[in-house]
Design a protein around this ligand. Structure first.
Ligand SMILES: Cc1cc2nc3c(=O)[nH]c(=O)nc-3n(C[C@H](O)[C@H](O)[C@H](O)COP(=O)(O)O)c2cc1C
Ligand code: SF4
Length: 446
C-alpha cells in the first residue's frame, strides 16, 4: 500500500510553476497522447483502467466517455467539476492548490480524447485563491504551446477557461453546473436528455470531477492495465480522501483503494487515531450526504469482515449496515459528539441549499430541519422520530436531482443507528439541552 499517482511530488518543491512540474515528468502524457495515440485509443485505455468517477457516484469514466454523442457540425465540451461544496470534502482544492498542472494536463489529454476544442474548469466562486492559481498555470501552459492552436505541432486546438461558480452546493450537480456555466440560475435539469447528448449549449458534454480528469495522465503514461492493478477488485487506482473531525492528523491523503478503514483511521501515516485519547463514536466515510455509521460498523462489516476503503466494501450490507465511498470526505466523531445536533446541522445545510424546484426537497428539508431543531432544543415528541423517517422516505427517489437523497440519507441513517440517542433527547429535555451533555451508550463506542 502507499502508491501515489496524483500527489507523489507534492511537498518536494512548489509544483505551481510549470518548469517544476515538468521536472518530475509533467506533460509527457500530453505529448504521448497527441503525437502517438488516437482519441479512441485513449478512451480504450481509460476503460481498461477501470477508473470510476471520483465526484461521488463512482460511474466508470471510460464508459461515460464512450456515451458521448458525436454529431457532425456540433462542438463537444469537457467540463471539469471543481465546485466541491459538500461538507467534509476538500480534496479537489488541495490538488488544484498544490499541483494545478496535474489537472490541466489531464484536461488536455481528456479533451483530446473527447474531441473537445473548448473546455472549462468550473470552480466554486468562493475559492478565488484556487482560481488565481489555475489561471496563472493555464497562462504558462499556453506560453509553452500546450494549449491554444496546433498543440505541440499535432494539429489539435484547445482553449481552456476557468469559470467561477455561483457559490451554491447545487451548482456541483452536473446539470445545475451547466445551467450556471450558461449564465443562468443553477437549477438542475430533468434527465434525460443526459449531458452526453445535450449538455452545455445543448451540445454533447462530459462533466467529470477534478480527480477523475487528473488521473487520466497517469493512465496514458503507464497504460490502463497498470492502473487496474492498483486498488482492489472494481475499485481500481488511488483515491484522495479528505479527513477531518476528531482525529490527530486531519488532512488530505492519497490512498490505494482497498486499504483497511482501521489502518486509515489509526495509523500515524494517515489520521493518527482519535484525538485526545477519546473513543470513536461514529463516522461519515464519504462526505455529508452518505449514511453515518456507528463505530462497530465502520471498521468491520456486519459479517465481521474487515471494512476496506473501497466502493464495494464500504457499501457492503447496503444502507442497513453499510454506507458509501462517495466523494471521500471522511468525518470522524468522538464520544463527545451529539448525533442529533450533527443531523440537525447537516439538515440545515441541505434545506438552505435546496434549489426549491421540487416540493419533496423544498418542503421536506424544511420540515426535517424544524423537527430536528425541536428535538435538539428539548421540545420533541416521541412520534417526531417516525415523522422524520417518514419525511426522509418521501423525499428519497422523488426529486429531479440527487440533492433530495443526499438530504434524506443522513437523517434516515442517524435514526437507524442512533435511535436511542434521539429518544434520550426527547425523554430528558433538561439534561439534553444542558451545555456539554451528551448521550453515551458504551456499546456503540470503539
Ligand atoms: C447536490 C450535488 C452536488 C454535487 N457536487 C459535486 C462537486 O462539487 N464535484 C463533483 O465532481 N461532483 C459533484 N456532484 C456529482 C456530479 O453531479 C457529477 O456526478 C460528477 O461531477 C461527475 O463526475 P465523475 O463522473 O468524474 O465523478 C454533485 C452532485 C449533487 C447531486
Ligand atoms: S432535489 Fe432539491 S435541489 Fe434537486 S432539483 Fe429538486 S429541489 Fe432542487
Amino acid at each position: 500500500m502507499g502508491i501515489k499517482i496524483l500527489t507523489e511530488h507534492i511537498g518536494k518543491e512548489d509544483l505551481k510553476p510549470i518548469d517544476a512540474y515538468m521536472k518530475y515528468g509533467g506533460y509527457t502524457a500530453v505529448k504521448k497522447a497527441l503525437t502517438s495515440m488516437s482519441p479512441d485509443a485513449i478512451v480504450e485505455e481509460v476503460k481498461k483502467s477501470g477508473l470510476r468517477g471520483r465526484g461521488g457516484a463512482g460511474f466508470p469514466t471510460g464508459m461515460k466517455w464512450s456515451f458521448l454523442a458525436k454529431p457532425e457540425g456540433k462542438p463537444r465540451y469537457l467540463v471539469c467539476n471543481a465546485d466541491e461544496s459538500e461538507p467534509g470534502t476538500f480534496k479537489d482544492r488541495y490538488l488544484m492548490m498544490h499541483s494545478p498542472h496535474t489537472l490541466i494536463e489531464g484536461m488536455i489529454v481528456s479533451s483530446f480524447a473527447l474531441g473537445a476544442n473548448t473546455s472549462y474548469i468550473y470552480v466554486r466562486g468562493e475559492m478565488m485563491f484556487v482560481i488565481r492559481i489555475l489561471e496563472k498555470a493555464i497562462a504558462e501552459a499556453y506560453a509553452k504551446g500546450l494549449l491554444g492552436k496546433n498543440i505541440l505541432g499535432s494539429g489539435y486546438n484547445l482553449d481552456l477557461y476557468v469559470h467561477p461558480g455561483g457559490g451554491a452546493y447545487i451548482c456541483g450537480e452536473e446539470t445545475a453546473l451547466l445551467e450556471s456555466l450558461e449564465g443562468k440560475r443553477g437549477n438542475p435539469r430533468n434527465k434525460p436528455p443526459f449531458p452526453a447528448v445535450s449538455g452545455l449549449y445543448a451540445c454533447p458534454t462530459v462533466v467529470n470531477n477534478v480527480e477523475s480528469i487528473a488521473a487520466t495522465s497517469w493512465i496514458i503514461n503507464n497504460g490502463g492495465d497498470e492502473y487496474a492493478k492498483i486498488g482492489i477488485g472494481k475499485s481500481t487506482g488511488t483515491k484522495l480522501i479528505s479527513a477531518c473531525g476528531n482525529i490527530n492528523n486531519p488532512g488530505v491523503y492519497e490512498i490505494e483503494l482497498g486499504l483497511s478503514v482501521e489502518e486509515f483511521l489509526y495509523s500515524d501515516q494517515y489520521c493518527g487515531g482519535i484525538a485526545n485519547g477519546k473513543k470513536l463514536k461514529a463516522l461519515v466515510a464519504g462526505g455529508s450526504s452518505v449514511p453515518i455509521l456507528p463505530a462497530h460498523l465502520i471498521t468491520k462489516t456486519a459479517n465481521g469482515e474487515s471494512r476496506l476503503m473501497s466502493y464495494e466494501s464500504l457499501s457492503d450490507g447496503g444502507f442497513a449496515t453499510g454506507t458509501m465511498l462517495g466523494s471521500g470526505g471522511f468525518i470522524v466523531f468522538d464520544e463527545d459528539q451529539c448525533i442529533v445536533r450533527n443531523t440537525w446541522n447537516f439538515t440545515r445545510f441541505y434545506h438552505h441549499e435546496s434549489c426549491g424546484q421540487c416540493s419533496p426537497c423544498r418542503e421536506g428539508t424544511g420540515w426535517m430541519e424544524k423537527v430536528l431543531h425541536r428535538i435538539e432544543h428539548g421540545h420533541g415528541h416521541m412520534h417526531d422520530i417516525d415523522l422524520l423517517v417518514d419525511v426522509a422516505k418521501k423525499i428519497e427517489g422523488n426529486t429531479i436531482c440527487p440533492l433530495g437523497d443526499a438530504a434524506a440519507w443522513p437523517v434516515g441513517s442517524a435514526i437507524r443507528h442512533f435511535r436511542d440517542e434521539f429518544e434520550w433527547h426527547i425523554k430528558n429535555p433538561s439534561e439534553a439541552t444542558r451545555k456539554g451533555a451528551v448521550y453515551r451508550k458504551e456499546a456503540v463506542f470503539a
